[in-house]
Write a protein that binds this ligand. Structure first.
Ligand code: IMP
Ligand code: MG
Length: 206
């Protein structure tokens, strides 16, 4: 399949064989196999919320969310965090409209408030190549926060990231392009309550 990197070694055993019911024919890529159900995602988010609440109980926590993919995750995560915290948004682009990372990152919208002296957690929907994360971490580190950590709901390329400093990982997922729970393909499918692999019925799709 063009543009899809699949490594069978990275497919967790829990991946469901159920098909997504949202298979409309009006897009060239359509959601297929469900990777994680809404219930499974809810359990993961609850666990992350508990961990962050314990680790940051005496800190000035700011969650920096990367739009737009991370917005569904953030909305659920903050309701699982039991300590005081602020939220900030940043919009970056690394994919254009396709399914492969372009390797370059651009800031489209910056933070509203200063993070100087704050304990920052970058909230990411999915870490793939790690390009976005590395770039944003470097940019934010220049603003002298007290600390910066990363919380990603999904992580691909587990082997490549083995030594990377991602403090909170919701779940490792296969190295396929996924949609749902905030993640899009050309702005579609963010509303799905689960995440599903994107199928490309048209083999000529580039
Ligand atoms: P990275 O820079 O390669 O790590 O890519 C991270 C960003 O690319 C994420 O914040 C997502 O917005 C997007 N992305 C990566 N993989 C997927 C995917 O499977 N579906 C939708 N968006 C993705
Ligand atoms: Mg995206």
């Amino acid at each position: 399949m063009p543009g899809i990197n699949s490594d069978p070694e990275c497919i967790p055993e829990s991946v469901s064989t159920a098909r997504s019911p949202h298979t409309t024919a009006d897009e060239r890529g359509v959601p297929g196999r469900i990777i994680l159900s809404a219930d499974e995602i809810a359990e993961i988010v609850a666990r992350l919320g508990r961990e962050i609440s314990v680790d940051y109980s005496d800190r000035h926590l700011v969650l920096v969310n990367l739009l737009k993919g991370g917005v569904v995750f953030l909305a659920d995560l903050i309701r699982q965090i039991t300590i005081a915290h602020h939220i900030e948004f940043m919009k970056v682009s690394s994919y254009g409209g396709g399914t492969e990372s372009s390797g370059s990152v651009q800031i489209i919208n910056d933070l509203e408030r200063s993070i100087e002296g704050r304990d920052v957690i970058l909230v990411e929907d999915v870490v793939d190549t790690g390009t976005t994360l590395a770039y944003i971490s470097d940019v934010l580190a220049l603003r002298t926060p007290r600390s910066i950590e990363v919380c990603t709901l999904f992580r691909k390329n587990v082997i490549r990231h083995k030594n990377a400093a991602i403090r909170y990982v919701g779940s490792d997922i296969p190295n396929v392009f996924v949609v749902g729970y905030g993640l899009d393909f050309n702005e579609n499918y963010r509303h799905l309550p689960y995440i599903a692999e994107l199928d490309f019925p048209d083999a000529q799709l580039k």
